[in-house]
Design a protein around this ligand. Structure first.
Ligand code: HAM
Length: 444
C-alpha cells in the first residue's frame, strides 16, 4: 500500500462542518469593523525576510526562532546553467532574495502603506485583515504553525491621538464580546517614546545585573541584547526574579504619562474594564506608548486571545513618512477554543433534493436541477440510481426542505412528486417549465 501523506505538524484542516463557525466569526467581524470605518486590505502571505527582521526586531523570538522560509533559490541552489535542481522548482519565479511566510500582519500592512503611498490619499488609513499567519513554534493546544488572525491597523498623520488608542482597544473588546466571548481580561501598559523605552531598559538592566547568575542562559544573553524579553521568560527562576521586581512608570516623560492617562480616562468613559500591568512589554520591538493584551481564563497556557499596541516609528523605520500607527490582532483558533462548543449545524440547508428512480428519470433530473439552480434555488441530487430509501436518507443528511421524486409514473404523466420534509405533506405537480414548477414548489 502506498504511504499516506499527512498534514504538516502544527497545521489543521478546517472541514466543512467546522468552516461554518469560521464563516460566522469572519462575517460578524467584518460587519463590526465596517461600523468603525475599517476597510479590508489583502497582502501576500510571504514577504522579504528583512521586512520582518527590521520591524519585529532581530532579537525577537519570532524572528530568531520562528520564521518559516519560503522555497526559493536559497533553499534549492541553482546549478551551472541556472536551472533549479529541485523537481518542484519555482523556476519561473525570481526569488533570489530571502523570503519568509508572514508571521504576523503588521509589517506587511506597513510595507504596503508605504509602497502605495497611502499617506498621500488619506489622513488616517483604517485597515483590517483576516488570514493565515505562520510561525515555526513547537505546536501545542492553542499554538499552531499556521494560525489565523483578525487584525486592524490605523496608520497615518491623524493616528496619534489617545482617543484612537482607546477606540482601538475598545474595538478589540467589543469584537470579542460580539463573538460571544465572556471570560477575558484586558491588560494595558505604556512603553512611552523610544527615549522612555531606553530609560526603562537601563532601569531593568540595573535591577537585574546582580541577579545574572540566577537567570536562564537565554536571559543572561537578553540582559544586554533585549532586556524586555526577560519579563516574558517562562523559566521558573526568571519568573520569580521578574515577579519580585518593583516596576513603575518613573522612566516615562511627563508627556508620555499624560498621554497614557488620557487613554485610560477615555477607556473608563467607554465602560471598558482593564487592569494595568507595568511589566507588560510585548514580544515585538516596534511598540511605543500604549500596549495591550487580552487573555482568557477559558484557555490553557496559551491564553492570549489577542494583543496590540502603538508603533509610532515603524513606518519611518521602514522607509516611509513619519506617521503614527496603532493596531491589534486576535487569534481565531484561540477564539474558537474559548467559545462554547456548539453542536454542528447544517450550514446551508438545501432547498430541494431531486430523487431519480430510473435511467430516464435521471437524465430528466439533470436538466431539471440545472434549470432550478439557474432560477436561484439551492438544489442537489444523487447522480446514481439507487433505492428510494437510500436517496431519502441522503436528502435528510443534506437537510433538504423538499424532496422531488421522478420515476416511471411521473415521467409518463409529465409530473413530479414533491414532499415537504418537515410537514410530511406530499403533492404531485406538473413537470412543465421550470419557472412554473419553482413557483408552485413554494406552496408545498
Ligand atoms: P501577537 O501577540 O504576536 O501580535 O499575536 C496576536 C495574537 O495571535 C495572539 O494573541 C494569539 O491569539 C494569536 N497567535 C499568535 N501566535 C499564535 C500561534 N502560534 N498559534 C495560534 N495563535 C497565535 C501580533 O501578531 C501583532 N502583529 C499584533 C499587532 C497588530 N500589533 C499592532 N498591530
Amino acid at each position: 500500500m502506498s504511504k499516506k501523506i499527512t498534514i504538516p505538524r502544527g497545521t489543521a484542516d478546517i472541514l466543512p462542518g467546522e468552516v461554518v463557525r469560521w464563516q460566522a466569526i469572519e462575517k460578524k467581524s467584518r460587519d463590526i469593523l465596517a461600523l468603525y470605518g475599517y476597510r479590508e486590505i489583502r497582502t501576500p502571505i510571504f514577504e522579504e525576510t528583512e521586512l520582518f527582521a527590521r520591524s519585529m526586531g532581530q532579537t525577537s523570538d519570532v524572528v530568531q526562532k520562528q520564521m518559516l522560509s519560503v522555497i526559493g533559490s536559497n533553499n534549492f541552489p541553482l546549478d551551472e546553467d541556472g536551472a533549479e535542481k529541485h523537481f518542484l522548482s519555482p523556476r519561473k519565479i525570481d526569488m533570489r532574495g530571502l523570503y519568509a511566510l508572514r508571521p504576523e500582519g503588521t509589517a506587511s500592512i506597513v510595507r504596503s502603506y508605504i509602497e502605495n503611498s497611502l499617506d498621500k490619499s488619506e489622513q488616517l488609513s483604517k485597515l483590517y485583515y483576516i488570514g493565515p499567519m505562520f510561525r515555526g513554534e513547537r505546536p501545542q493546544k492553542g499554538r499552531l504553525r499556521q494560525f489565523h488572525q483578525i487584525g486592524v491597523e490605523a496608520i497615518g498623520p491623524d493616528s496619534g491621538s489617545p482617543y484612537l488608542d482607546a477606540e482601538v482597544i475598545s474595538l478589540s473588546v467589543r469584537l470579542l464580546n460580539q463573538l460571544g466571548l465572556r471570560n477575558f481580561q484586558l491588560k494595558i501598559n505604556t512603553l512611552g517614546t523610544p527615549a522612555d523605552k531606553e530609560n526603562f531598559a537601563k532601569f531593568l538592566r540595573k535591577q537585574l545585573t546582580d541577579k545574572i547568575s540566577k537567570l536562564c542562559p537565554d536571559c543572561q544573553q537578553r540582559l544586554e541584547r533585549n532586556v524586555f524579553r526577560i519579563l516574558d521568560c517562562k523559566n521558573k527562576d526568571c519568573k520569580a526574579i521578574v515577579d519580585a521586581l518593583d516596576v513603575g512608570h518613573s522612566h516615562l516623560s511627563v508627556e508620555s504619562q499624560q498621554y497614557y492617562t488620557s487613554v485610560k480616562e477615555t477607556l473608563v468613559g467607554m465602560g471598558i474594564q482593564f487592569v494595568e500591568s507595568a511589566k507588560l512589554v510585548r514580544g515585538l520591538d516596534y511598540y511605543t506608548h500604549t500596549v495591550f493584551e487580552i487573555s482568557s481564563s477559558d484557555l490553557g497556557s496559551q491564553d492570549a486571545l489577542g494583543a496590540g499596541g502603538r508603533y509610532n516609528n515603524l513606518v519611518a523605520e521602514l522607509g516611509g513618512p513619519q506617521v503614527d500607527a496603532i493596531g491589534f490582532a486576535l487569534g481565531i483558533e484561540r477564539i474558537l477554543l474559548a467559545l462554547p462548543q456548539e453542536s454542528a449545524t447544517n450550514e446551508n440547508p438545501l432547498g430541494c433534493y431531486v430523487i431519480a428512480l430510473d435511467q430516464k428519470s435521471l437524465e430528466r433530473a439533470i436538466n431539471l436541477v440545472d434549470g432550478m439552480r439557474q432560477k436561484g434555488l439551492s438544489v442537489d441530487m444523487s447522480y446514481r440510481i439507487s433505492s428510494m430509501k437510500s436517496q431519502m436518507r441522503m436528502a435528510n443528511k443534506v437537510g433538504a426542505q423538499r424532496v422531488l421524486i421522478l420515476g416511471e409514473e411521473e415521467l409518463r404523466n409529465n409530473s413530479i412528486t414533491v414532499k415537504n420534509m418537515s410537514s410530511g405533506e406530499q403533492k404531485t405537480l406538473p413537470l412543465g417549465d421550470v419557472s412554473s414548477l419553482v413557483e408552485q414548489l413554494g406552496k408545498v
